[in-house]
Design a protein around this ligand. Sequence first.
Ligand SMILES: [Fe+2]
Ligand SMILES: [Fe+2]
Length: 455
Amino acid sequence: MKTIVKDSPTSKVNRILPFLEKNYDNNLESDYTEKIEELDKNFNYKSNSNHYWSEPEQSVLYGTPLYQQASPSQKIALNHLHWVGFYKVVADSEIELTFYNTITADCLLAANKDYAFIADMLNHETYQERKHIHSFAKINYQTIKALLGTKALINSGSDNSTSFEPKSFHVTDYLLNTANFIGGIWLKDKEQNYSQKLIELQDLNKSISSSTPANPTSPTPTSGFFNGYLGNTNTSLRKFFPFSWGSYPFLAANFYVVRYMANIVVKNNEFEIHKYCRKLQKAKDFIPAPTAISHYHFLDEAFHTTTSLYLARDFYKSLPKPSKFEKLMANLAVLQTQRENLNGLSGMIPNRFVSDSNAITFIMKLLQSPVFDMSLQEAIHWLEKCLCYEHEGFHFNLKVHNHLLANMQRFAEDIDYLWPVNREMRLMADAGSIKKALNNNIKAFKNFSRTIEKN
Ligand SMILES: [Fe+2]
Ligand SMILES: [Fe+2]
């Protein structure tokens, strides 16, 4: 492990630490997490079932021809399913974060005792994430059970098909080979450090997974923003991210680039629910519990977003210059984040930026569930209409995409070690095309039809 030279009074890090401390103090003084806990404790789906939880634009299938002819009660169900689908991904991401916050905090603390308060702050954020995860899981459970039935819940543990589907893993051979090659050099160089860290990481992994009833002995597979980094670390490239983020202060800071990207993806959707909540408050209307939870989560996450921003954008500048290996790993992490989370444009699920091919199973289940009660043939007919033909849903989500892209680019342009493909978020930018989305969807639909015919 590298040793950080103690900062001079004029160094940039000393200008940043007070901002981080202030942010931590503000977080400690707030009571948003407690408010979420209270709402979680009293949540009952029935008492919230007749109300929109967010604007209609935040509904599954919004802008599709099927949405246009859906009944008022179906529209409310689609609105609730958007909430639970979105927060399933948020909860999965936050489960992954409980792991990454901890290893990066340990790494920074080991490098410099002055960073003890940063480790405390990250610890506190992890505590808050656990409360958030609990509330999302409870609402998800009751809502899916009420809308799609118990069968959907049984399946959701194994294939995730009641949530927005997990993204497929896309890493080119080039990246895998590069990481294997570099990792090989690194392991030889840092064997002792790596082994100690490995034991700690495995213990941590076990302790997190042991809280999951579905799979008590092996690491929990999650499908959040840091997709699979926690559970599926057997894939060559992925297994190096935990080790690099947890072992090098520069890379620990780089982790917060990825975390900030996740923060603004959440904010992109949640800010709209926060505004919706304010609108209800002003009109003295009933505020559904999930709307209020989103509102308080938005406020809680504002502290986390500030932490990510300072650690990602400013903090690394005070550290010793990164090696070529560190720069490579940092860039691969950001590139992979784009590939896994921002490489598509959904026309069926607003605020989702991965291919709709992964949502086919979910949509088919939804269409055949009590919400629509369609036959298999009807469901296939509507799936094709929503998936393969241009409609308002694509145009609406493209606007949301472009807003998020601008925020991503504004953030990344300040990080000087990023390659142009990352600084300009080129993979995400390229994916912002309705034509490309439709071409991918048509291919996915053909594959899906072939599978159905075989069965
Ligand atoms: Fe959270
Ligand atoms: Fe957070």
